[in-house]
Design a protein around this ligand. Structure first.
Ligand SMILES: *[C@@H]1O[C@H](CO)[C@@H](O)[C@H](O)[C@H]1NC(C)=O
Ligand SMILES: *[C@@H]1O[C@H](CO)[C@@H](O)[C@H](O)[C@H]1NC(C)=O
Ligand SMILES: *[C@@H]1O[C@H](CO)[C@@H](O)[C@H](O)[C@H]1NC(C)=O
Ligand SMILES: *[C@@H]1O[C@H](CO)[C@@H](O)[C@H](O)[C@H]1NC(C)=O
Ligand SMILES: *[C@@H]1O[C@H](CO)[C@@H](O)[C@H](O)[C@H]1NC(C)=O
Ligand SMILES: *[C@@H]1O[C@H](CO)[C@@H](O)[C@H](O)[C@H]1NC(C)=O
Ligand SMILES: *[C@@H]1O[C@H](CO)[C@@H](O)[C@H](O)[C@H]1NC(C)=O
Ligand SMILES: *[C@@H]1O[C@H](CO)[C@@H](O)[C@H](O)[C@H]1NC(C)=O
Length: 260
């Protein structure tokens, strides 16, 4: 008898939790409307004509939904000429795996809430006017394969939290104002990284040893920074490396090396 009341209490609690935590297509719609509300310029009228209340959000331009659960899985709004800031409600699109709003004029900060998008595997905010620091919360995106924040106005350090995202294949932070050292240990947990692009920033100090732990690295681009010192010898272990850009720094390359 005691156990029956306990079971009932437990079921009531479960129902309560499932109701309060419920996220559904209405959550996605509210998130997209909040995102739209912060776009101040839409020169081709894409959103005003297409993202309308009467139509299902899965039919909106730039949106794809999963077949089964009808939740938003992809937001592809590259090159729409939008101006505005990125609404933090974007972090409520909990089924999103693809997010590309590159080549627009988004300004302001990258919202921390992007770190809530745990299913994301592709994130491109490239070619915008985003500023401030790169949020550490990106370290929570444990399925991310491509991170492209290039050609913005981001400053601060390379967030060390991204070294936790072992799924990463491409990291592109080029053409920003990122400063500080290239973090030691960056590669310790990035066994899949194939491209690391950090050109045209303000990185200083020496290139740390340990980049050889990114064993799959094919492209490494560090040109146009303020790096100094000599190239760590363990980099000769990067046997897959095909393109290495070091120009416009103050790096000395050991003389017995084969690097051009
Ligand atoms: C979505 O969930 C809310 C409660 O969180 C509920 O009020 C609403 O009716 C649900 N909408 C749909 C379409 O299921
Ligand atoms: C919005 O755009 C999509 C994709 O181009 C199109 O299929 C849909 O018919 C458009 N909806 C409206 C209301 O114009
Ligand atoms: C950027 O977007 C504009 C349209 O807004 C387009 O004309 C241009 O080709 C795009 N550039 C790139 C590099 O994709
Ligand atoms: C959506 O996100 C905002 C801000 O990040 C939050 O306050 C709000 O509770 C979220 N709404 C839902 C329905 O999850
Ligand atoms: C946005 O960035 C582009 C390219 O980096 C630049 O030409 C433009 O002036 C910037 N716009 C604003 C409003 O800062
Ligand atoms: C990386 O993950 C570990 C374990 O999940 C955590 O303790 C650590 O704080 C994380 N480091 C960063 C820089 O996010
Ligand atoms: C190459 O890597 C191995 C294992 O990490 C290490 O023992 C060796 O010293 C490295 N070689 C060079 C030239 O750094
Ligand atoms: C480059 O480094 C050398 C020694 O490491 C130093 O003497 C020189 O001043 C540096 N040049 C610049 C332009 O910083």
């Amino acid at each position: 008898m005691v156990s029956r009341t306990m079971i009932i209490a437990f079921l009531v609690l479960l129902m309560y939790l499932s109701v309060t935590n419920a996220s559904n297509i209405s959550t996605d719609e509210a998130s997209l409307l909040a995102f739209k509300a912060q776009i101040t310029s839409d020169p081709n009228g894409m959103l005003s004509k297409n993202w309308t209340k009467g139509t299902h959000i899965c039919k909106w331009i730039g949106i794809s939904c999963s077949k089964k659960h009808k939740r938003v899985t992809s937001l592809d709004l590259k090159s729409f000429g939008f101006r505005g800031s990125i609404a933090k409600e974007i972090g409520n699109l909990s089924f999103l795996n693809f997010l590309d709003i590159g080549n627009n004029s988004f300004h302001g900060q990258i919202p921390d809430e992007i770190g809530n998008l745990r299913r994301l595997n592709y994130l491109s905010l490239q070619m915008n006017n985003l500023t401030d620091q790169i949020p550490e919360s990106l370290g929570f995106l444990t399925r991310l394969q491509v991170l492209d924040l290039s050609e913005n106005d981001l400053f601060g350090n390379v967030p060390f939290s991204i070294s936790n995202v072992s799924s990463l294949k491409i990291i592109d932070l080029g053409f920003n104002r990122i400063s500080g050292n290239l973090p030691r240990g960056l590669c310790a947990r990035l066994p899949n990284l194939q491209g690391l692009f950090l050109s045209k920033n303000q990185l200083a100090g020496q290139i740390p040893s340990g980049l050889n732990q990114c064993t799959q690295l094919i492209y490494l681009s560090l040109s146009y920074n303020q790096l100094t010192g000599s190239l760590p010898r363990d980099m000769w272990n990067l046997t897959k490396l095909r393109e290495l850009y070091l120009g416009w720094n103050n790096i000395t390359v050991p003389s017995q090396s084969k690097v051009q």
